[in-house]
Design a binder for this molecule. Structure first.
Ligand SMILES: *Cc1c(COP(=O)(O)O)cnc(C)c1O
Length: 391
């Protein structure tokens, strides 16, 4: 019988060194040695397996990749220094001048910059589609469309894209489907199951889970990963072995952490649903979420992020944020500490107002990354700040 998620996340380990350590050591080394000139030759020629250089592979990084592959149900993967390095490499390695990307409109801020400001410099163009009209996506396809790039749930609007639809759409148009699975983590959602060719992550968020290190991942079938790997090995966005070690350790607790993030987030979302100071709460597993039925179909729980639409304008929201006593004001998410972010003035401030409004980022919207503190303490901090920030 195949083992469960938690067991694999804990028990997949790099092989023991001759010290017989119980916990994987950190292989903080840039290169690896060979016993002979012949072994060096054969390793470089791919005739035998072996580590060469940490830009190519490292035991800590290999352990992390093996764990995430077991979690996502993918064959192989690559770890990168940050989530954005993963997003960039998954596109840049597979597309070339003249190609076109079709993407969901609600994307992480820097991914939006990649598509609109960076890739056009090399002649790779993109078009956004809205999830409210899937019927029209056929018309967004161009003869040179090669890739479908999606993020679900989206940051920060928590839009849910139908992954089953996406898998079929990509297949019928012969597109490479890339899904940014950062918000859900492989514990809640496995896009490869629905036909995603590449699953990309910012491991900086819930996978680390404690706000310590940056990291990114690209996962998929062996042959496709090989193409991406050629690009990453020679362009150099390699992750530090130390960060891989941290992230592999974090995988051991991902399931228990996500269970708590999700149960607390749901509790808080339900609590503020009928609050006089809140106009709207959005959380994938609330029945009021516009894509609730999709969320429960493709995610096992609702995730650790919710958004609150406060009554009153920008100054009210700022007063509210300033009145919080415990919750941190920072742009990260997926931390053990609860975080509040005002996307319109921070993470998404580079978007025009029109671009922001099209993806639901109003001045009154705050994103809450629900941490692992006791849910009643999180609730009470928000409650008190709402009360104190009333005129
Ligand atoms: C944070 C984030 C990224 C970028 O990851 P970094 O590790 O910060 O480079 C990409 N996509 C989503 C959805 C994110 O939340």
């Amino acid at each position: 019988m195949s083992q469960h998620f938690e067991t694999k996340a804990i028990r997949i380990n790099s092989s023991k060194s001759n010290q017989k350590e119980h916990s994987s050591p950190i292989y903080l080394t840039s290169s690896f040695t060979f016993d002979s000139a012949e072994e060096a030759r054969a390793t470089f020629a791919d005739e035998i397996e072996g580590n060469i250089y940490s830009r190519y592979a490292n035991p800590n990084t290999s352990e992390l990749i093996e764990k995430i592959c077991a979690a996502e149900g993918t064959e192989d993967g690559i770890a990168t220094a940050s989530g954005m390095a993963a997003m960039f490499a998954s596109i840049a390695s597979l597309l070339q001048q003249g190609d076109h990307i079709l993407a969901s409109r609600s994307l992480f801020g820097s991914t939006h910059q990649l598509l609109t400001r960076i890739f056009p410099k090399w002649g790779i163009s993109s078009t956004y589609g809205d999830i409210s009209d899937y019927e029209n996506w056929d018309r967004l396809i161009q003869p040179n469309t090669k890739m479908l790039f999606l993020e679900t749930p989206s940051n920060p609007g928590l839009e849910i894209i139908d992954l089953e639809w996406a898998g079929k759409f990509a297949e019928s148009h012969n597109l490479i489907l890339v899904v940014d699975n950062c918000f859900a983590t492989p514990y809640l959602q496995q896009p490869a199951k629905w036909g995603a060719h590449l699953v990309a992550h910012s491991a900086t968020k819930f996978i680390d889970g404690q706000g310590r290190v940056l990291g990114g991942l690209i996962l998929g079938k062996k042959e496709l990963i090989k193409e991406v790997q050629f690009f990453t090995r020679h362009t150099g966005p390699a992750i530090s072995p130390f960060n891989s070690w941290i992230l592999s350790k974090s995988m051991e607790t991902l399931a228990v952490r996500m269970d708590r993030h999700c149960s607390s987030a749901l509790k808080i979302a339900e609590h503020f649903q009928s609050h006089p100071e809140i106009e709207q709460v959005r959380y994938p597993f609330l029945k009021s979420h516009p894509q609730y039925h999709l969320a429960i179909k493709q995610m096992s729980q609702g995730g650790g992020i919710l958004t609150l639409q406060l009554k009153g304008g920008l100054t009210r929201v700022q007063r509210f944020i300033d009145q919080l006593e415990m919750i941190s004001i920072t742009a990260n998410l997926g931390d053990s500490r609860t975080i509040i972010t005002h996307p319109a003035s921070t993470t998404h401030s580079k978007l025009s107002e029109e671009e922001r409004l099209r993806v639901g980022i109003t001045d009154g919207l705050v994103r809450v990354s629900v941490g692992l503190e006791h849910p009643e303490d999180i609730l009470s901090d928000i409650e008190k700040a709402l009360e104190r920030s009333k005129k």
